[in-house]
Design a protein around this ligand. Structure first.
Ligand code: NG6
Ligand code: CA
Length: 507
């Protein structure tokens, strides 16, 4: 009898204390980490169906969190996707949101709302570590001085970045607006117009290159790799390509260790598997697929190490992690690096058609997961979600007012509480757009090439309407537009309301 009473007591106590505990957990602000890869395809992870590559660490996030099968970047290339992610505004609303040279000015206005600014208002410390590619300064940048405005002026308390891409000059790290390790006696000069006298180039001095270019990438040579753009000086500041992954990882780990006592937002933007693919020698040959596969394994390792740090610092269960990629996969993106030759049975885009640069699905549909150990129950979600919506969603989660732009609050979908996602989405590739709603995607007529001959990518461009049912035909094999003119018209009207009818971009 006594025992029974005690048990009853415990149950009652449990019932009372459980909601309190649950409440406590929900009110505590989790750290937020966005892990963002560069050119990782929908089919590049074992958790997304890859059989030829094993990505056990990223799979922990996919299988232990919400794994989205209809998760999108806003665009099929880097700059616009990152613009969408950070500003919550469709990148095609900003004419400057196109693949930028390393010397381009910052394309986010200092007055504009951004994800880190909003999170700062919610009480977060903010940082970006890794690839930036949203421009720096106001033009005619002097790389020997403080470079402003940049990441720090649009919401990041701290930034440790590469300016554009690994294949573009300047090939240096920028630490809170200053070129890291720059020797003032050896100033650095950058030009995208003409070479500096006496400097070798990939075009004229192929004997000095250890990696061979296939298209573009024949200007200044750094570490034996011919790049896009010209650069002179700054010897001590030049990065070592094979150390880049370790370098960013250590920066990210240190950031966590130093900021763990208050909520932080870390945008950890890895450079892999974008070209030039330069995995550290300890990953060389590990995938059997050449440097592209090795770079993916290296990125997977980095993420595993980063997770270990979160765990060791005791904050893994209080950290919400979003994982995604800025655009879909490409094999030959300008260097002969065996990506084509050693691909074997691997399908970087999975069953999707197209790839990086494409309006077909593989351009923008990317691995996308939200992981929060102990809080989010693992599931696979086929809701339509987009990176651009993280801004409005986190704003709603923390009760912070925000300038919405195109960002929609889908927080319950991100946390796995519902399966609604967004109703529709405009995707973009090379300033051309298409409209997804429900299971349908409508690609309006566009002028332009159907094929990118250099990368061998189908671009999804046609002068006729295209309509695909993605549920029944994920590989976009059958154009249903000719047999569904009414539906095409309806979708085109909805699309026009968003795309063509005037909207003042936030600049
Ligand atoms: C292209 C480059 C490509 C890559 C891309 C940007 C050539 C021929 N091709 O112009 O190699 O750098 O720009 O990729 O130069 S992204 O992922 O940053 O958008
Ligand atoms: Ca990219």
């Amino acid at each position: 009898m006594k025992l029974k009473n005690a048990a009853l007591c415990l149950i009652v106590l449990g019932l009372i204390s459980f909601p309190l505990l649950a409440q406590k957990k929900n009110t505590k602000k989790p750290n937020i980490v966005i892990i963002y890869l560069d050119d990782l395809g929908y089919g590049d992870l074992s958790s997304y169906g890859a059989t030829e590559l094993k990505t056990p660490n990223i799979d922990v996030l996919a299988n232990g969190g919400i794994k989205f099968t209809n998760g999108y970047a806003t665009s099929a290339t880097c700059t616009p996707s990152r613009y969408g992610l950070l500003t919550g505004v469709y990148p095609w609303r900003n004419d400057d949101a196109k693949i930028l040279p390393g010397s381009a000015p910052l394309i986010i206005s200092e007055k504009q709302e951004t994800l880190p600014k909003m999170l700062k208002r919610a009480g977060y410390q903010t940082a970006v570590i890794g690839k930036w590619h949203l421009g720096l300064g106001v033009g005619e940048t002097d790389w020997n001085k403080q470079i402003k405005p940049g990441a720090n002026e649009v919401g990041f308390d701290e930034s440790y970045i590469l300016a554009a891409t690994q294949d573009r000059v300047p090939t240096v790290y920028i630490d809170n607006g200053r070129v890291d390790n720059l020797d003032p006696k050896d100033p650095i000069f950058v030009s995208y117009k003409k070479n500096f006298e006496g400097q070798p180039t990939g075009l004229d001095n192929p004997e000095l290159t250890t990696m061979k270019w296939s298209h573009g990438h024949n200007q200044s040579i750094v570490n034996g790799i011919p790049r896009i753009g010209y650069m002179k000086g700054g010897e001590a500041a030049k990065w070592k390509d094979t150390d880049m992954a370790d370098h960013f990882l250590i920066k990210a780990q240190n950031y966590v260790k130093e900021h763990k006592n208050k909520p932080f937002f870390l945008y950890y933007a890895l450079q892999q598997p974008h070209v030039p693919r330069t995995p550290h020698p300890r990953f060389e040959g590990k995938s059997g697929m050449g440097p592209r596969g090795d770079a993916i394994l290296e990125a997977d390792w980095c993420i595993g190490e980063f997770m270990k740090t979160l765990k060791k610092e005791g904050i893994l269960e209080n950290t919400l992690i979003v994982f995604s990629s800025d655009n879909g996969p490409v094999l030959d993106d300008g260097y002969h690096d065996d990506a084509v030759e050693k691909l074997g049975k691997h399908t970087p885009a999975g069953k999707l058609r197209g790839g990086k640069y494409s309006l077909f699905e593989a351009g923008t549909r990317v691995p996308f997961m939200v992981y929060w150990k102990g809080t989010i129950k693992p599931k696979v979600s086929d809701a339509l979600v987009c990176q651009m919506d993280l801004l409005a969603s986190f704003a709603s989660m923390f009760g912070v007012k925000t300038d919405l732009g195109d960002s929609q609050n889908t927080i319950n979908t991100f946390l796995g509480k519902d399966n609604k996602g967004r109703q529709n989405l405009v995707i973009e590739a090379n300033s051309k757009t298409a409209f997804r709603t429900g299971d349908w995607i409508m690609i309006p007529p566009h002028n332009g090439k159907a094929m990118n001959e250099q990368t061998h990518t189908e671009l999804g461009i046609d002068t006729e309407f295209q309509l695909y049912n993605l549920k029944k035909d994920i590989s976009q094999k059958k154009n249903q537009a000719p047999s569904n003119p009414k539906l095409v018209q309806t979708l085109f009207e909805q699309y026009k309301k968003i795309v063509v009818d005037k909207y003042t971009p936030i600049k």
